[in-house]
Design a protein around this ligand. Structure first.
Ligand SMILES: Nc1ncnc2c1ncn2[C@@H]1O[C@H](COP(=O)(O)OP(=O)(O)OP(=O)(O)O)[C@@H](O)[C@H]1O
Length: 474
């Protein structure tokens, strides 16, 4: 922070900039932490930032949470604040008054499901999960076709989705959209709902995350309210359901979803689903459901190509009332390649850095704002190093990384190494496949998606990956 900024009297701009600092930090945590941890511990926090940015106070709901956040996350949050702001920011934790706790951070994807306490099959919903009552479509009005940048990566999915929004109940029913994390699947399904409601405001539309559907089944079961449940789900005109891979191993949920599916298709209502993998790649989902998922149109969303990433950055900067010069957008897009959510995180860092330091957005500024991210890349982690580190960790031979052996004790570490190779290096899928004994790029893609999805659900795997990442990043 500049001297000049610290001497200015506090005003609304300072308050906004303070929230922007916290927002940028939260964005990063949303990427770094497993979703359940993020939803449980970080999302409900409310931040108060001193006008001179010297101190950030986090208001926490109760003493237990306060102690836990202090023990588990305070160090990480302080380090993040310093890296975003460029100077140390004192972090304090305090117990919140009730009203302030009600103001919670909203993830950009919005319309999120209530957090589910654990990934255990058919886990009971947390006590504070909102009850299923009164009809709400749960659509985020900001996620429309207009705000979704089109590119080769999403062209087919987008045009199928537009078709469904224009004439639901006809072609492409169900529409099944799959792809890796942060590629715009949720955005696209909201866009379908928003467009349909624009044309037909009375249509009965519902967006729901699969976890919330599970939670609704559990509640209906506990309270014996299956009639209400059916009345809600079987009478829709359009059901948009996100991340159906979460149905894995949840037999009762799958049965109820099957019933809802059949009822909706029979009355020519439309169903749009998303998942991290194609229907036949779904694990632990009943065959009769998988075959139904695949019975309409299945389309993939791929990671965005360079030009699309540039367009997304420029558009998103405009939404934030900032101008990002094209050369800066190219610089960022070349360095942040994995998914759009990470691109948004990088943009937020740059905007926050530019505002705090009152500097124009330039390549130099982007370089400074993203120095952590770039320094990780500059360390140039090699695929060979990943293979060796993972082999050591799981006590298998490095040669097994290239071999055709398939026992789980070997295949799984190999998949983990492929996942890390995609995460931590700039290598393409075919290049990685080549380095793993000449495997096909689809094998690598399958491994990457599988491990990425399991990481969200399995705490132990997530911890192992965390250790491996830290070891490799040095
Ligand atoms: N083509 C795009 N144009 C504009 N914004 C996009 C595009 N693709 C993704 N986004 C934005 O990127 C963010 C992540 O997208 P979204 O949540 O839809 O991803 P997802 O594929 O559903 O990810 P996940 O599997 O993790 O739920 C959102 O803020 C979304 O608006």
């Amino acid at each position: 922070m500049t001297e000049e900024l610290s001497r200015r009297p506090a005003d609304d701009t300072d308050a906004d900039a303070g929230q922007a600092l916290w927002q940028a930090c939260v964005e990063q945590l949303a990427q770094d932490l497993p979703e359940t941890q993020f939803n449980t511990w970080i999302k409900p926090l409310v931040a108060q930032v001193a006008p001179d940015f010297s101190k950030l106070t986090l208001l926490v709901g109760n003493r237990f949470k306060l102690d836990w956040i202090r023990a588990q996350y305070a160090g990480r949050i302080a380090a993040l604040l310093e890296s975003i702001y460029g100077q140390p920011v004192t972090l304090e934790l305090a117990l919140a008054q009730r009203e302030s706790v009600a103001r919670t951070y909203v993830r950009p994807v919005a319309a999120e499901p209530a957090p589910v306490a654990s990934a255990a099959p058919e886990a009971a919903p947390p006590a504070d999960a909102p009850a299923v009552s009164g009809f709400r479509n749960r659509l985020n009005p900001a996620l429309t076709f207009e705000t979704l940048v089109e590119g080769t990566a999403n062209r087919m999915a987008r045009s199928a989705a537009m078709h469904v929004a224009g004439s639901p109940g006809h072609l492409y029913n169900p529409l099944f959209i799959y792809g890796g994390v942060g590629l715009g699947k949720t955005h696209l399904v909201h866009a379908v709902g928003n467009r349909l409601l624009q044309d037909k405001p009375d249509a009965n539309v519902l967006y729901i995350h699969a976890e919330q559907f599970v939670s609704d089944v559990v509640k209906a079961y506990q309270r014996r309210t299956f009639d209400e449940f059916k009345a809600r789900y079987h009478n829709l005109d359009l059901l948009l359901i996100d991340d159906v891979q979460f149905f894995a191993n949840k037999d009762r949920t799958q049965e109820e979803f099957f019933n809802a599916f059949e009822a909706l298709l029979a009355k020519k209502s439309h169903i749009v689903m998303t998942s991290d993998t194609y229907p036949k790649g779904l694990a632990n989902i009943h065959e009769r459901l998988v075959s139904r998922f695949d019975s309409g149109l299945t389309v993939a969303i791929e990671p965005p190509e360079l030009e699309m990433r540039v367009a997304i950055l420029i558009n998103k900067a405009r939404v934030e009332a900032a101008e990002m010069p094209e050369e800066v957008a190219f610089f960022v897009a070349k360095n942040v390649r994995s998914n759009v959510r990470e691109l948004e995180g990088a943009l937020r860092k740059i905007l926050a850095y530019s505002r705090f330091n009152q500097k124009e957005i330039s390549i130099q500024l982007a370089r400074e704002a993203l120095r952590d991210l770039l320094s990780i890349q500059n360390r140039q982690i090699s695929v060979e190093n990943i293979q060796k580190t993972v082999a050591d960790y799981y006590k298998i031979k490095v040669a097994d990384m290239y071999s055709k052996k398939r026992p789980a004790s070997i295949a799984r570490p190999r998949q983990i190494a492929m996942y890390l190779a995609k995460e931590l290096t700039q290598k393409s899928l075919p290049e990685i496949g080549e380095l793993f004994g000449g495997r096909d790029h689809t094998t690598v893609l399958h491994a990457v998606r599988k491990i990425a999805a399991e990481r969200q659900q399995l705490t132990e795997l997530n911890q192992q990956l965390h250790v491996l990442e830290q070891t490799l990043k040095g």
